[in-house]
Each structure stands twice: as structure tokens, then as C-alpha cells.
Design a protein around this ligand. Sequence first.
Ligand SMILES: *[C@@H]1O[C@H](CO)[C@@H](O)[C@H](O)[C@H]1NC(C)=O
Ligand SMILES: *[C@@H]1O[C@H](CO)[C@@H](O)[C@H](O)[C@H]1NC(C)=O
Ligand SMILES: *[C@@H]1O[C@H](CO)[C@@H](O)[C@H](O)[C@H]1NC(C)=O
Ligand SMILES: *[C@@H]1O[C@H](CO)[C@@H](O)[C@H](O)[C@H]1NC(C)=O
Ligand SMILES: *[C@@H]1O[C@H](CO)[C@@H](O)[C@H](O)[C@H]1NC(C)=O
Ligand SMILES: [Fe+2]
Length: 471
Amino acid sequence: MKRLLFILGAWAVSAIASPSLLGRADKEQEEPAGSPGLMTVPDKFNTALGVDWNRTYGQTEPQQIHLSFGSDSKYARIQFATLSPIDQAVLKYWPKSRHVSTSSKKPVTHLRGESWTFTDGGALQRELYMHMIKTKNLKAATVYAYQVGATTCNGTEWGPELEFHTASKEDEFSFLSIGDMGVNNAVSMPHLVDFAKTHKYDFVTLSGDQAYDMADFNGIKGDEYMNMVQELFARVPYMGVPGNHERAYNFSHYINRYATLPHKESHFANPLMYSFDYKSLHLISFSTEIYFYGTPEEVQTAINWLEADLVEANKHRQQRPWIVLITHHPLYCSAPSEDCTSKAQLIRDGFNNTGFGALEPLLLKYNVDVVIAGHVHNYERTLPIAKGQVTSQSYHQPKSYMQVIVGNVGQPEGAESFNTTGPWADWSAKRYDGNGFSTVKVTSETFSMTHHQANHDGTLGSVIDSFTISK
Ligand SMILES: *[C@@H]1O[C@H](CO)[C@@H](O)[C@H](O)[C@H]1NC(C)=O
Ligand SMILES: *[C@@H]1O[C@H](CO)[C@@H](O)[C@H](O)[C@H]1NC(C)=O
Ligand SMILES: *[C@@H]1O[C@H](CO)[C@@H](O)[C@H](O)[C@H]1NC(C)=O
Ligand SMILES: *[C@@H]1O[C@H](CO)[C@@H](O)[C@H](O)[C@H]1NC(C)=O
Ligand SMILES: *[C@@H]1O[C@H](CO)[C@@H](O)[C@H](O)[C@H]1NC(C)=O
Ligand SMILES: [Fe+2]
């Protein structure tokens, strides 16, 4: 989201309990969080996915299926929703290669899950029934097929057969990295699903802002979005972070819809923050939205949690050399808006020039390698940077972290253009204001990102940018 009016003091955040106040402060359309917003319509991108995801679902038919990994894909959590209550959520899964239909001993695992009711904060207090099942320990380098089911007195209604894969035994792995995706104008989405189906990408990070907004129309927008992204997040585990578009009703849509995230394992109270390990990578999901919608206590809790997590991650730095932070708001950006001036500075340096809540000192102290942000609807890459200064021209053994913005998957608000006349800060190494998404390849020695262009005619364009950081 862009061109925000920052008319309230940062602590007008007791405002979290007051959607209308937040709305004036922050929502571009000048509408309160959870307001109707823009109605979704079928378009070239959301109809190109090969399934009728926006059909009318049965009351107890599983929908909105998605999963997230625990560390090193040792297990996954799979979530789905139903429109009416059910008696029991169930899951069956099996290694795909060994699923021989003639075999009498199919290695199928059957599990039961937990269920809860999620009540949207809007006028209708609309209820949605949430279900989640954690797998048992998974085998490495395996493609699993799975189905979730909803059991009622009428039997079990099964969802579609889907599949995901676990970590290979090699050092190298790849993942997808995106930010800022709507139901409408999701320009990159068909390509992301194509990439997901190759089984070459182990998970997808999403740097905040989804659906625009999930809470709209009493939460129906959230259902539509979650059914669309099932095509991606039911195949490639979702490892994301919340954005300002998730803020309605204390981020409750995000918290309830992405209960799959491994926050308990990382000692955070809810899915808004977590970290996880994957081969040579320690990935931290840190919600910058605390700076705009959190109380001082929430800021302190988050910063304490982050520092403890970074201390622990550095104890294992030999084994897992890469520390990457995914956030929604960036610390640096060049678009002509307050996101790139006062807001970025608040995140970097903390509140009121006191340093309270400052993020950048922690990134430097604990030698974070990369920040992947969104929010600004374009792509921008920095050189290694610290306190506004370039610390080296090369990504070989850089002296500090660097940041990439991938806020350009595609959403109804459109792209954030750069001021073409410049002048540009010397840390801004690459700028692209079209749509696209990144792929990331990680080994113990190298961290490489490639940005792919997604064209408005639906075709995949060229590679916009690529770079490699080496240890
Ligand atoms: C989804 O279905 C609803 C109800 O039929 C319709 O109003 C809306 O336009 C559809 N949205 C998309 C993206 O297909
Ligand atoms: C079971 O099926 C009957 C007949 O279709 C239907 O009326 C009833 O609502 C169903 N019950 C549940 C819990 O789905
Ligand atoms: C949001 O959280 C605040 C503080 O914990 C609480 O007072 C308020 O009732 C919550 N609002 C909603 C809609 O859950
Ligand atoms: C920052 O300044 C504002 C306005 O003077 C004040 O209300 C707020 O408490 C201050 N916050 C901190 C963390 O010092
Ligand atoms: C672009 O940058 C120039 C030079 O800094 C400035 O004069 C101009 O106002 C900027 N334009 C916009 C649209 O921000
Ligand atoms: Fe945003």
C-alpha cells in the first residue's frame, strides 16, 4: 500500500480496537478496516488458474486448503475451512511414488485434527469453521499426496487430492518470494502456480498484504482469496508475514487463517511472528506492523523476541550461515512517499529519536544477511547498507545486510512508480516498477535471487534482475 497519510501519532494505536480511527489514519480508500472495499471480479489472471476456485461450496465441503512447514520440513500443518461446523477434521497422506492403487498395503497415514470457530469482526459477525491437522514426521526428499476431509453424521467429504514435497538431501534448495497480492490483478499468480507444480520450490515467502482486504464484505473477500491461493499454498507451503492490509480486528483474519505457521515452536504468542530453519537458512518473519498498530508493550515484546531469536540463531551460525528477515514495510526505498521517508526511518531508528523499537541496530549487531520486504508495489534492491551508507559495492562477504522489495506480485491498487528523474540514493542498485516475483536459490556458500517479470498480457517476461551473495 502506498501514499498513506500518517496523520495520527504512532501511538494512536489503541486505535487497534477502533477500526474507524485506523481507517482514517491508514487506508488509502479512506475506508475503515473491514469495510466493504472493492468487490472482486473475474479477470485474466484469477481465471487463468485452471480451476473454478470461486464456485459455490457445499456447507461442509473443505475449502481454503493451505499448509506451512515446521523446520526442515520435518512436519507440516495443513488447514482448511468449512461454512458449517463439522464433527471431525481428518487428513490422509501418502508418499506419492509408493501409492500403487493395486497394492493392498497402501502406506496411507490417517490423522485427526483440531477445529475452532473464527468470527469475523464485521457487522454480521460472520462465522467460519477452521480446521487444522499437523502431520507426523515426514520423510526427506519425498513427494506427498494428501487429502483433507470433513466428517459429519453424513460421512466424510474429501477435498481434492493435492501434493507437496519435503526437503531434498542436498545442500541446495530453492523457494519463491513474493509480496502484495490481491484477488484482482494478481498478475504473477498463474506463473507462481506453474512454478509451484514443478516441485522445484520448497516454500513461498510472502512479504505481507493479501486479498485487499480479507476482512472486506464480512470476511467473504478473505474466503475468495484463500480459495484462489489454494492453488499455490496447498502445493508450496506458505511462510509469510502480515501487512497493513491484514490489520482489521487485531489481525484476526491473518491469525486465524494462517494458524499453520510455526509460531509456538519459535516462542511467539500468535502467527504474526515466527522463525524457522531450513537447511543453511534461518528465516525470521517479523511484523513491522507493530510500528503502526502496536502498543509500546507490543513493540517491546516483539523486539525482545527478535533479539532472543537472533542470539539463538547466531549460536548455530556455522551450521546455518544465512539469517534472512521477511517483513512487510521496508527499511529503505526510493518511491516518492512517506513509506520511504518517515515510516522507513521509524522502523530503522525507532520512535521519537529515542531508539525505542529500532530494527536496524539489531540487524547489524547480529549480522542479518538479507531483508525481504513488500508494501511498496515495485521491486528494488539495495547494496549492502548500514545507517543509510553503502558498506560495500560487492555482495561477496558484505559488511552488512542488504534489502530487496518484492511488493509487485499484482493487486488492485496498481504499481508504485519511481520518480524517473532521480537523483537516486547510491544504495539503490536496481529499480523496476512492473509486476513480477522472485525465486531464491540457497546453498551453504551462496544466496541468489532472481526477479521474473510478469506481463499484463499474461505472459512470463524476462529476468529483470539477479544477484548472488557469497560468504
Ligand atoms: C466470486 O463470486 C462472487 C459471487 O458469485 C462474485 O460476486 C464475484 O465477482 C466472484 N469473484 C471472482 C474473482 O470471480
Ligand atoms: C446430512 O445430509 C442431509 C441430507 O442431504 C442434510 O440435510 C444435512 O444437513 C446433512 N448434515 C450435515 C451435518 O451435513
Ligand atoms: C483488539 O485487542 C484489544 C486489546 O487487546 C481489545 O481490547 C479489543 O477488544 C480487540 N478487538 C477485537 C475486534 O478483537
Ligand atoms: C513519541 O512521541 C509521542 C508524541 O510526543 C508520544 O505520545 C509517545 O509516547 C512517544 N513514544 C515514545 C516511545 O517515546
Ligand atoms: C522527482 O524528483 C525531483 C528531484 O528530486 C523533484 O524535484 C520532483 O518533485 C520529484 N517528482 C515527484 C513526482 O516526486
Ligand atoms: Fe502494505
